[in-house]
Design a protein around this ligand. Sequence first.
Ligand SMILES: CC(=O)SCCNC(=O)CCNC(=O)[C@H](O)C(C)(C)COP(=O)(O)OP(=O)(O)OC[C@H]1O[C@@H](n2cnc3c(N)ncnc32)[C@H](O)[C@@H]1OP(=O)(O)O
Ligand SMILES: N[C@@H](CCO)C(=O)O
Length: 352
Amino acid sequence: MNLKSQYASITMTQEIFHSSLPLPLESGEVLPEFDLGYTTYGQLNSDKSNVIWVIHALTGDSNAQEWWNGLIGEDKFFDPSNHFIICANLLGSCYGSTQPFSNNPKTNKPYHYDFPQMTTRDLALGLERLRIHLEIETIHSLIGGSLGGQVGLEWAYILGNKLKNAIILAATAKTRPWVIGFNETQRMAIESDCTWGECHEKAGQKGLETARAIAMLTYRHPLDLATKQVDSENKLDDFRAASYLRYQGQKLARRFNALSYWTLSKTMDSHDLGRNRGGLDEALEKIEANVLAIGVDSDLLFLPAESQFISQHVKKGTYKEISSTAGHDAFLIEFEQLSYILQSFYLQQKQK
Ligand SMILES: CC(=O)SCCNC(=O)CCNC(=O)[C@H](O)C(C)(C)COP(=O)(O)OP(=O)(O)OC[C@H]1O[C@@H](n2cnc3c(N)ncnc32)[C@H](O)[C@@H]1OP(=O)(O)O
Ligand SMILES: N[C@@H](CCO)C(=O)O
């Protein structure tokens, strides 16, 4: 399918890549075949040197220009008139890629609850298959935040010198027990939904609402709610913070399914760049690309220290920090700071 974007001169395409080659997973299971839905903006230049590969976060999709509209688009930092920008929906997610509701070729029925466990390494391998299919030899920059940053680190490790720059936002090299704990409370909320275990897209939907509400408390900072969810002095119930979280839960449950959410939250839990690679220090040291690790000073989920750790242990690392009261999700919100940080990073690379 070929679409034209709202910017008349900029080509946007949406495609599905089908791999009929099996994908061996870290768990020992095999995905017999898979699809990846992907979107591209702009044109590949003659020497294929203008590839910017965007990796979305937990509930994102491949339409990066929509959800990162302050960073991608005409006259934005990543402008499709200069760059070939590509974003693929991650395996396990429900926006065009293979996920629990996809057909399992072995049974000729949807996977549902038998969908295999996927790690960030498996998700990166899926992207690698798409890169090879598109005959892209070198990626100028990959950029991803949160789960997208975790997958980005894994892929940077695999890509070696085929990648020039890795921009890893609000992410970590190994998921901390604190984050696994939060993910587990969200899965417990999904499990307590009496429709969980049923085989339809609305299974676990109420549980998913609660899971998103819990997650929001880790994506925002207490100061963010204190500023935006202010109630009048005489209020005794129906507080704004409560309706905000309920609203956010319902909003996600309308566009996502609980099985995909479950799968991807498990993916986040098992993320460990150093697994079977001699540990984190050794694995980070092997990344060839220039790495810009960006932390958020108010991030409660992935601490700034975790981004600093990445920048300190790769061969060519830079650390920058977004200052915001928004919390973890500042990487999806603070476009002005992000553009400035990116500009100085690329200038620094040019001067080397
Ligand atoms: C097909 C698709 O749509 S995929 C979309 C792609 N999505 C992604 O990539 C996920 C990444 N994006 C995100 O996580 C978010 O969109 C962010 C971080 C970028 C922005 O978060 P938001 O939720 O928009 O911002 P914020 O936390 O301020 O919430 C604003 C929303 O809460 C509502 N709200 C605010 N306060 C309250 C309250 N007290 N009670 C009820 N609702 C409230 C606002 O009306 C607004 O609603 P809207 O989103 O329908 O316009
Ligand atoms: N808000 C992000 C998750 C945290 O980065 C998303 O919904 O994808």
